[in-house]
Design a protein around this ligand. Sequence first.
Ligand code: GRF
Length: 207
Amino acid sequence: MTRRARTAVLISGRGSNMGALIEAARSPGFSAEIVLVLSDDPGAPGLPLARSWGVAAEAIDFRAYTGKPAFEAALQARLASASVDIVCLAGFMRLLSPSFVERWRGRILNIHPSLLPNLRGLHTHERALAQGFVEHGCTVHLVTAELDAGPILAQARVPVLPGDTADALAARVLREEHRIYPHALDELARSLPDRDDYERSGVAVDG
Ligand code: GRF
């Protein structure tokens, strides 16, 4: 993409990866800009954090909708109205439907705290310790309909150290998350065709 890719970050919680993306996107030469942060939970601490960085941040409260299709329609409408090119999931705790994911194919990514394909799903640090892993880490991947299973864009490894607790291990992994997620976004944004090209090829960019 010759211009910076308009990027939305979807969160549900504290938003430390969101912060890393916002901070990275401020540096000159970064190929994406963070134009919007959305949370399914109005109480997410990441919302005021995003605003403190000067980024528009809004809740689309899942509980205010009658079900997933209505919630996702609202999400899609907001992404379209902000002319978003790329969606980054960053601690977004809702499973998106296959039709939503398909609409964003190749332009929706996620960060997961394990070395995929190991340890899909939740509680990865506890499970890494319980299973006696000597190595753990994190993965940025494209999102597909299957949970934590899309094509891998970046990974970082950390050692599991003697005496590690889940919290200590999580903190070690999180430092790497903050490093690789911006890098993967930058690379993806650089590789995307321009929006005008999408439109000419008939691929729907807004919905
Ligand atoms: C991170 O560990 C991320 O890998 C996982 O959810 C956590 C979100 O943390 N998907 P934060 O909200 O980015 O601080």
